[in-house]
Design a protein around this ligand. Structure first.
Ligand code: ZN
Length: 320
């Protein structure tokens, strides 16, 4: 059992971490990586012990040029032993492409606020949900898992507060479509610990058959605080991006997803197992930094592990 912290609380012994850097991260980066570079990054992450990837998105290549190589990338990664590959699909055409490419899971996504859904996929929420029914029917018997993702689950950059009931209603629809895992996306970093508690408690009550996954962005600097709150509530599934890749088109200069190495550092120190090695992730983050050609927002890959010691003869002194 993981060390109780705060005293008396039981945290999960083990958590599942899905790496979303190749999808959520790269989708929001100005630099478009070659498929071979993406593959090198994935291999580096696999080397560190990462087994679950949200690898890409089968959206129109015109809409998101950075992910135009979706089929090629999935085909290359699916042969890596033990790796689980999921991909976002916006519509039936995307689902057909994902199926043909050989994904393990498709992730259907919709926003919990009308304005964000309109901006993202140019559809009413209800129209998105109705479209999912056809995709679910298409996937029936294929053996491909269906997952759900709810963007703007903790707030909307256009509408402000998002009612918890709006998140619950969409989660219910995902459950009815047969999804077991539903991810709550903190698309623009508006989550706070009270909102995390409210949403998780509501889902457990209203849609007990789903297993929630938490997907935080560090836009306002409290991504890992929100993870801590999730752990206290017993949530054992999280999504993160190596290096803290990504950003947000609606919050200029904002940092991206919570960084995988910062997350694993926290979980290691809490004695929560993940199967992922921090030093390996730091290697992968260095590669990501080289490939992107810019400093990435993650912190542990810069500072090193807590007990990484320095040469005492170093002439620099810290004052304060
Ligand atoms: Zn995201």
């Amino acid at each position: 059992m993981a060390t109780p912290f705060p005293p008396g609380e039981r945290l999960p012994d083990r958590v599942h971490v899905t790496e979303v850097g190749p999808r959520d991260g790269l989708q929001n980066e100005p630099v478009v990586l070659a498929t071979a570079d993406k593959l090198a990054l994935v291999h580096s992450l696999v080397e560190a012990g990462v087994r679950e990837f949200e690898l890409t998105s089968f959206v129109s290549p015109r809409a998101v040029p950075a992910l135009a190589d979706a089929a090629e990338l999935v085909a290359a990664v699916r042969d890596v032993p033990g790796v689980h590959v999921s991909a976002l699909v916006p519509n039936l055409r995307g689902a057909e492409r994902a199926l043909a490419a050989g994904v393990d899971a498709v992730v259907l996504f919709v926003s919990a606020s009308e304005s964000h859904n309109a901006k993202n996929v140019n559809r009413r929420i209800e129209a998105s949900l109705a479209g999912f029914e056809a995709i679910a029917r298409h996937l029936e018997g294929s053996g491909i898992e269906l997952r759900g993702a709810i963007a703007t689950s903790f707030g909307c950059p256009f509408e402000g507060e998002v009612p918890v009931a709006a998140v619950g209603r969409i989660a219910r629809r995902f459950a009815d479509l047969g999804a077991r895992y539903v991810s709550l996306g903190d698309t623009t970093g508006m989550a706070t610990p009270p909102l995390v508690a409210e949403r998780i408690r509501h889902l457990r009550e209203a849609v007990p058959e789903i297993v929630p996954t938490l997907h935080f962005h560090n836009t306002r600097g409290i991504g890992l605080v929100n993870v801590m709150q999730g752990l206290r509530l017993g949530v054992d599934r999280y999504e993160s991006a190596i290096g803290g890749l990504g950003g947000c088109p609606f919050a200029p200069g904002a940092s991206g997803n919570i960084a995988s190495e910062d997350l694993i550092y926290l979980l290691d120190e809490m004695e929560i197992a993940t199967g992922i090695a921090l030093d390996g992730l730091i290697e992968a983050a260095r590669l990501a930094t080289r490939l992107m050609g810019r400093e990435l927002p993650a912190q542990v890959s810069k500072a090193g592990p807590r007990l990484a010691t320095h040469d005492a003869t170093c002439t620099l002194t810290a004052k304060g």
